[in-house]
Design a binder for this molecule. Structure first.
Ligand SMILES: Cc1cc2nc3c(=O)[nH]c(=O)nc-3n(C[C@H](O)[C@H](O)[C@H](O)COP(=O)(O)OP(=O)(O)OC[C@H]3O[C@@H](n4cnc5c(N)ncnc54)[C@H](O)[C@@H]3O)c2cc1C
Length: 377
């Protein structure tokens, strides 16, 4: 996943207009949107872009996910993802027990009011979607327009677009120091440095720490660990089974290539690092799976964890730091950073470059996502 011109020492001599720190989905998409308008450097600590959260997602697009403030970003991105062939239809099903009837109804009302294609379904229809669903699950909300996302394809598209507009990618360069200079910034990593007018903080779980290097106040962006186990089941899941959530937000499961991904929907505060799953969280995922369907677990094949990073209000952060000049935030992508990537990157590029809105972004309220919202009275 390195389809962006990899830097040679010569490439780094002349100053860049923009240096984006982090080559996950956030950094790559913003580099693509800024390329052609600015000379862009992307600096990534790891050997490969996408190694951290971007490479560990459940790869799903669902309009209601992330709450009302995220819906407009998801909807605007969905049109782009669909037009470029990155979505494969897969419904979303939220399930509840007898006592959850009103909660399921409330969930449907809340998102139907925002224009989401969502409706209540009965037990018979639920069983058609999820054969072997245990009897206690009797109320469901079905969202017809969910879809799997080709995450690697999207990431690759953005890296390739950035390369075509002469963007440069520096791998294995963990930014250790950011210093203000006349006209912008000096960026230092072990064995190298570069200069840029603007620094973009697209460092995912590391965003607050990176901001501190730039002399900015942290915004309280917290990495929360999320675990996924891949199991082989008997029977195998139907290929068209919806992604199935518990209304209590304590599990979800999704078929993938004949296997089933199950998550305990954990959100455990963690530090920014190369996170690995805890055995207990994997065990909880398997237990919740067994309480959902009557299928047998034939094998636990893989397990992984990733860090979803949230600002205190769980909305993303796009915009210039209110205090430190030349520092732009593109962070807090939470659990929706893939499904919102196209509109998020377009909006952020417009804010960064001072460009007007276009059809993709005209309905977005940038003030909702501004970093200054945490410092204003
Ligand atoms: C289990 C799981 C399931 C998910 N499911 C979905 C889903 O179905 N749909 C969805 O839309 N989203 C989902 N997400 C969320 C989505 O994956 C993230 O929102 C998105 O990947 C965040 O991208 P990013 O570029 O901000 O972060 P990252 O991909 O983590 O990229 C940040 C990069 O910054 C680099 N970096 C950090 N500090 C430095 C430094 N000092 N110098 C140089 N480089 C640095 C890191 O090495 C890293 O590569 C899920 C996440 C997880 C963990």
């Amino acid at each position: 996943m390195t389809d962006l011109a990899v830097a040679t020492p010569d490439d780094l001599t002349a100053p860049f207009d923009i240096a984006i720190i982090g080559a996950g989905m956030a950094g790559a998409s913003l580099a693509a949107e800024c390329g052609g308008h600015a000379r862009v450097l992307v600096v990534e600590a790891e050997d490969a872009p996408g190694y951290h959260t971007t490479g560990r997602s459940a790869a799903y697009w669902e309009e209601s996910y992330g709450g009302p403030g995220v819906v407009p970003l998801t909807a605007a991105s969905g049109r782009f993802l669909d037009a470029h062939g990155f979505l494969s239809p897969r419904g979303g099903l939220t399930i509840g027990r007898a006592a959850d009837r009103d909660r399921i109804g409330g969930f449907v009302d809340r998102f139907a009011r925002l224009g989401v294609d969502i409706r209540m379904i009965d037990r018979t229809e639920m069983e058609r979607h999820v054969p072997g669903l245990r009897a206690e699950w009797c109320h469901g909300a079905y969202e017809g327009e969910g879809a799997d996302i080709d995450v690697a394809g999207l990431h690759q598209l953005y890296l390739a677009q950035a390369r075509r507009s002469a963007g440069v990618l520096k791998l294995r360069a963990r930014i250790a120091q950011l210093s203000r200079e006349v006209g912008g910034w000096r960026l230092d990593w072990a064995g190298g440095s570069a200069r840029a007018g603007v620094v973009v903080n697209a460092a995912g779980a590391w965003a607050d720490g990176l901001a501190a290097l730039a002399g900015a106040a942290p915004l309280g962006i917290t990495p929360l660990r999320r675990t996924i186990a891949q199991i082989r089941t008997d029977p195998a899941p139907p290929a068209d089974m919806p992604l199935t959530f518990g209304i209590d937000e304590d599990f979800y499961m999704k078929p993938q290539s004949g296997r089933l991904l199950v998550s305990p929907h954990d959100e455990i505060p963690d530090t920014a690092h190369d996170v690995a799953p805890e055995e207990l969280d994997v065990a909880i995922a398997l237990d919740r799976f067994e309480h959902t369907v009557d299928w047998r677990i034939a094998a636990l094949e893989r397990r992984w964890a990733g860090l979803r990073s949230f600002a205190p209000d769980r909305l993303p952060v796009y915009g210039f730091d209110p205090v430190v000049p030349g520092l732009f935030w593109f962070a807090g992508q939470g659990g929706f950073g893939i499904q919102t990537a196209p509109a998020a990157a377009r909006l952020a590029a417009q804010l960064l470059l001072g460009q007007p809105r276009d059809a993709m972004t005209e309905a977005l309220d940038a003030a909702l996502y501004a970093p200054g919202r945490f410092t204003q009275p």
